[in-house]
Design a protein around this ligand. Structure first.
Ligand code: 3H9
Length: 693
């Protein structure tokens, strides 16, 4: 099968890219395009060319595997094909269906005109792979849209819906029958002898640009882009498009692309890209297991989590019943949802019409009987096993026979919950993260008897909701929270030994997390953290810190009481000498001599125990693979994606370092802090996590 089909249609030739699954621009595609262009240019019967994609999609960009190989791409490279297009005297029209992303859009931008299907999406998402567009994307896009829109679109990597792309000038027209319309359009252009429109020569929107635009944008993205390379190089490249001669600007884009391609950040982000896709593959749930069709959903519990989960479904266009047993709690929950949507409308990130559509899909109910038509019921009530069991007993009474019964628990035993029903094969954990309508991670949890179809359904649901699903086995805390307890505890031990809250949070935030562990505690509430801690039965030999309890006793519950590990003015945290006194008091009480602790020790002592527990989780089969843990931490716990996730990061730094840290900690911290046997094995053999499979 050729990777590019040559399809004459009268005096127009359609070059159709056909490279499953996503029409990536592999070498075979590039060769096919170059040959097709040459043949069409040479054939006097051909008056115009349309470039399109097979199977309803244009092209998803460069082949990421090829870029990740680090090898120099074989000629013809995309830039050479673009030069060939721009030198062709015959009109070339891109017919964009599905997705035109990255190099795919760059290819379309080198065509003279672009026609997109109404439902198509276009974008330059390279930033998410730690790259900048490397085939003139920052140049041609900016020339068509002007710098403001280009800065927003390319630094965010957003997928723009076709109508928005039309508004911005990235595409020239929308159509239903895209290829047909592109062919007709090409003929019209020939008949009218319209001059060819070469995007790299369009200059109106890059002329007379105020350089302040770039300074202001750099300031704006600083909090989000801190520590990363690609977003800054994208701005540099767009600035060059506006401020430098064309050839120099294109050359700079190439240099920045190479710099990003060769950076460890690119490598880490490509790891995350493939890890997210790998996580959807469950070895004992073959791809042909048909997920249950989810047409109606019910969520039980109208608190913050339940409301957020209901919003996820409404946003995906799925009708959802939200149940709370009292009218008052239900009204409060529905009110919070309305407020949430209204805030998005006020911010401009949602239209009033979309808000109305979403709200019309959420129905508040107070009777369990109303859940009878749901295909999946998700419980999101108080985190208490007894309460959850009672709720599941109600499900047992009313749920349709085919319905899946899911729990949003963040740590409780799925099998114990399943045991209250007569259909344990339909019971599963769907652990959403707060705020549920924003956070991308969906940690699905299988019980001993959860059926393949139930698993396939909740994994597919993750995709429907635009989330990143990962499957975990059943244990206390599953993947994410089970690992996190070590990180949280170690932060307190470091305080006892001499570190300050600012130092600990500073180290973690410089590493790339949005917030350090103590600031997170203050946000979630130290009373909540303390309760969870108290409910855990720690082995007698395990080190414990009384710090959290002391804070709670003194009313330092965190942001909600204006003081916790910090003092707060609004949301601004301020170091508080009173806390330091309290911490020093605890050190004295425990007979610990405080010392200077350097930043590296802080980082390793916080992250290595996390990785060590991750190794146990892989060894026990709770996570199917180490990379699933990376997906969990990047999407649910704020681990910087450009460092690849904790397991990837540790492997790059050397697993032996983790073993050494754990050997140092275990004598004072207890048996659970000993190096995981799997980790010791892999470190000794020099194998990475692949050795665990
Ligand atoms: C670039 O273009 C650089 C240029 O500027 C520079 C020079 C030209 N390559 O996501 P899915 C695989 S950088 C190779 O599940 P969906 C994917 O791994 C690129 N493989 O489907 C998966 O494989 P498997 C910029 C790719 O329907 C399968 O295809 N472009 C590529 O949910 C299905 O993928 C991007 O960043 C690729 N480019 O979503 C776009 N893309 O089945 C990246 C996908 O074995 N791609 N695969 O696990 C996407 O965003 C989504 O795949 C897309 C489809 C939205 C297209």
């Amino acid at each position: 099968m050729p990777a590019v089909n040559y399809r004459p249609d009268g005096d127009v030739v359609v070059l159709q890219i056909d490279n499953p699954p996503v029409n990536a621009l592999s070498l075979a595609v590039r060769e096919g395009l170059t040959d097709g262009l040459r043949r069409a240019a040479a054939d006097t019967a051909v008056k115009a060319i349309v470039v399109a994609g097979a199977r309803g999609s244009f092209a998803a960009g460069a082949d990421i595997n090829e870029i990740a190989s680090g090898l120099v791409l074989k000629s013809p490279i995309t830039r050479e094909i673009q030069a060939q297009m721009e030198a062709t005297p015959k009109p070339i029209v891109a017919a964009i269906e599905g997705a035109a992303l990255g190099g795919g859009l760059e290819l379309a931008l080198a065509c003279h005109w672009r026609i997109a299907a109404n439902g198509a999406k276009v974008g330059l998402p390279e930033v998410k792979l730690g790259l900048i567009p490397g085939a003139g994307g920052t140049q041609r896009f900016t020339r068509l849209t002007g710098p403001e829109a280009a800065l927003e679109a390319i630094t965010s990597g957003a997928h723009l819906p076709a109508p928005r792309a039309l508004e911005l000038g990235v595409v020239d027209a929308l159509a239903d029958d895209v290829v047909g319309e592109a062919v007709r359009f090409a003929r019209r252009v020939v008949q009218e002898k319209r001059p060819l429109r070469i995007a790299s020569d369009v200059a109106e929107r890059i002329t007379g640009v105020n350089p302040e635009v770039f300074a202001a944008f750099r300031k704006k993205i600083e909090p989000k882009a801190r520590g990363q390379l690609a977003p800054w190089r994208i701005i540099d490249s767009i600035e060059a498009a506006c401020m430098r001669p064309k050839e120099e600007a294109f050359r700079l884009e190439r240099e920045y692309f190479n710099e990003c391609r060769d950076s460890p950040q690119r490598e880490a982000l490509v790891h995350v890209f493939f890890a997210e896709r790998e996580a959807r593959k469950i070895p004992d749930v073959p791809a042909d297991v048909e997920p249950l069709a989810v047409r109606r959903v019910a969520v039980v519990g109208a608190g913050t989590m339940g409301g957020g989960i209901a919003m996820c479904f409404a946003n995906a266009g799925i009708p959802v019943s939200l149940l709370d047993v009292t009218r008052e709690a239900l009204d409060r929950g529905l009110g919070a949802i309305r407020k949430n949507y209204a805030a998005s409308v006020a911010r401009g990130s949602l239209t009033q019409q979309r808000m109305d559509e979403a709200l019309s899909l959420i129905r508040g109910v107070t009777e369990y009987e109303a859940l009878v038509d749901a295909d999946i019921i998700i419980e999101a009530v108080f985190e208490d096993l007894q309460v959850k069991k009672e709720v599941f007993a109600n499900f047992e009474r009313v749920a349709a026979a085919h319905a899946i019964l899911a729990t949003n628990t963040s740590s409780l035993d799925i099998d114990a919950i399943a045991a209250t029903t007569s259909r344990p094969e339909k019971v599963v954990g769907t652990h959403f993260f707060s705020p549920a309508n924003v956070m991308r991670l969906l940690e699905n949890v299988r019980g001993t008897r959860t059926s393949p179809q139930t698993i396939a359904t909740v994994m597919a649901l993750g995709k429907t909701l635009g989330k990143v699903p990962v499957l975990a086995g059943n244990c206390d805390g599953f993947i994410g929270n089970r690992m996190l307890q070590f990180y949280g505890a170690e932060a307190e031990f470091l305080l006892e030994e001499g570190a300050t809250p600012e130092q600990i949070d500073g180290v973690i935030e410089s590493f790339g997390f949005a917030m350090g562990p103590l600031a997170v505690r203050d946000l979630a509430g130290n009373d909540v953290g303390y309760l969870i801690r108290k409910s855990r039965k720690l082995p007698p030999d395990e080190r414990r810190s009384p710090l959290l309890q002391r804070l709670v006793e003194q009313g330092r519950l965190g942001q909600k009481t204006g003081k916790g590990f910090y003092r707060y003015e609004g949301r601004t945290r301020i170091a508080d000498p009173e806390v330091l006194e309290l911490i020093e008091g605890v050190s004295r009480e425990l007979g610990i001599e405080r010392r200077e602790i350097d930043d590296r020790e802080i980082l390793e002592r916080l992250l290595h125990p996390l990785v060590n527990e991750g190794a146990r989780i892989v060894d026990e089969g709770i996570a199917l693979r180490a990379s699933d843990i990376d997906v969990v931490y990047v999407n649910g716990y704020g681990f910087p994606a450009y460092k690849g996730g904790p397991m990837y990061w540790a492997e790059r730094a050397g697993l032996t370092h983790v073993v050494e840290t754990m050997r140092r900690l275990a004598p004072s911290h207890g048996a659970r802090w000993r190096p995981a046997p799997l980790l010791e094995r892999l470190a000794a053999s020099g194998q990475g996590w692949k050795g665990a499979q």
